[in-house]
Design a protein around this ligand. Structure first.
Ligand code: HAM
Length: 426
């Protein structure tokens, strides 16, 4: 059956995907544990939404003309004919869950954190994976700038304290509301239309669909035009100006430094007012980003519910984390090394190990080895103060030899008394 497959290809993972091996896995887990502790302090609670969602959730919430929806979604059709996608981001699903699960009736704001895999079919390159992990937080049901500041503070603390990344630079902007953006879009269209001849092909298309997207272009000639382009900050309505001013005041009072970035727009359509991104100073790739999305719930349910949040790219953070931060804390040394000799003893080994596990006695073993010589070698490396020797005779008599590896003194102990005996010794 397998003859038609190229064996070399069979053991290669799909493009843009990554295996996470034990060492890196533990570094990730520790980072996420610290992130959860920080988020929990501020009142955020965990949520997990499905990896698969209906395609319409993202086309409506993130925007049909965004790169994410146009180019990067993994689409699939189920046998029943449903059109689903592997979630490319977490905010739309969480707002969906908030509405679907009736979280409006809970005390507001509802504060949620999440961690998991997201999928974007982008060209794989440094810092850009097709399956990547995010740690994100969302504060839904609070319009005041204090919620924006809390989100920024939590994510900042995760980057600086949990990941040990310094100095962090926070880029901040307000992208206004629907009303101020209408006027700004007109200004942008007029500005770029006059300069259309100097635009790249993609930007000419963007100009027709959404002129704000021109600010994201990486082409040099478009970058030159951006320097003189209108800035949204000059077109904010009174409400948006006050909201932004208030946020800046809170950040200043909290000692959070920011860089105003008047051209930071972000690539997802649901943003309104606050938009931000985090960088490690001198690095070009954002470690995380987010913003306010007061219009998102109206798109999904017709009801206005304010919200703000942000997400950190865990893979990027790990790639930049200082080595010192990645060191494992000292492992609990095993106090016991278990050795078995002979078939009878090997067969009963699991029963003995289970007895030790349930008694919470850290034990090492090498069950796959048969000879006492090779087991002794491994035991010497483990440096455990006690060795348990379980041979044919011991297995038949339900006893075990407990040997003090330092003094070489040893004693035969009935299995049913082993846990208590060891607890007294250790
Ligand atoms: P985003 O800016 O698209 O925002 O993603 C957040 C972070 O995820 C990025 O800053 C980056 O570190 C990481 N990231 C994104 N794409 C990739 C990739 N292909 N490979 C590796 N890392 C990647 C969002 O997803 C919003 N949902 C954030 C948010 C939450 N806004 C409000 N609430």
């Amino acid at each position: 059956m397998t003859a038609k497959y190229d064996k070399k290809e069979l053991v290669k993972k799909a493009k843009g995907m990554h295996d996470i091996l034990p060492r890196e896995y533990w570094v990730r887990e520790r980072l996420i544990e610290k992130a959860k502790t920080i988020a929990s302090f501020y009142g955020f609670k965990p949520i997990q939404t499905p990896h698969l969602e209906k395609i319409e959730l993202f086309t409506s919430a993130v925007g049909e003309n965004t790169d994410l929806v146009e180019k990067e979604m993994y689409n699939l059709k189920t046998k029943g004919g449903d059109k689903l996608v592997l979630r490319p981001e977490g905010t739309a699903p969480i707002m969906r869950a908030y509405i679907e699960q009736g979280m409006q009736v809970k005390p507001q704001p509802v504060l949620l954190y999440y961690y998991g895999s997201f999928f974007r079919h982008d060209r794989p390159q440094k810092g850009r994976r097709r399956e990547f992990q995010q740690f994100g937080i969302e504060a839904i049901g609070e319009a005041n700038s204090i919620a924006d500041a809390v989100v920024i503070k939590v994510l900042w603390a995760v980057l600086e304290e949990a990941a040990g990344l310094k100095p962090i630079s926070l880029h901040l902007n307000s992208v206004g509301c629907k009303e101020c953006r209408k006027i700004y879009q007109k200004e942008m269209t007029a500005y770029y239309r006059k300069r259309a001849r100097s635009l790249c092909k993609d930007c000419l298309r963007r100009l027709k669909i959404n002129p704000l997207r021109l600010l994201d272009c990486k082409e040099e000639k478009c970058g030159e035009l951006k320097k003189e382009a209108p800035q949204i900050i000059n077109y904010l309505c009174e409400g948006c100006t006050n909201h932004f001013k208030n946020l800046l005041e809170i950040l200043e009072a909290s000692g959070i430094q920011y860089n105003l970035d008047n051209y930071l727009i972000r690539g997802l359509d649901y943003y309104s007012r606050t938009a931000f991104e985090f960088f490690l100073e001198g690095e070009p790739l954002a470690l995380g980003g987010g913003g306010r999305y007061d219009g998102l719930s109206a798109i999904l349910s017709g009801k206005e519910i304010p919200g703000v949040g942000g997400a950190l790219g865990i893979d990027r953070i790990l790639a930049m984390m200082p080595e010192k931060q990645k060191q494992s804390p000292k492992k609990k040394e095993a106090k016991i090394f278990f050795m078995q000799l002979g078939t009878e003893a090997k067969n009963k080994s699991l029963a003995v190990l289970e007895l030790l596990r349930k008694a919470k006695i850290p034990t090492k073993h090498s069950l796959s080895k048969d000879s006492i010589k090779s087991q002794l070698k491994i035991a010497a490396k483990a440096n455990a103060p006690y060795a348990l020797i379980f041979g044919q005779k011991e297995a038949l008599e339900n006893i075990i030899i407990v040997r003090n590896t330092e003094t070489a003194s040893q004693e035969a102990v009935p299995l049913e008394k082993l846990a208590d005996y060891l607890k007294k010794k250790l």
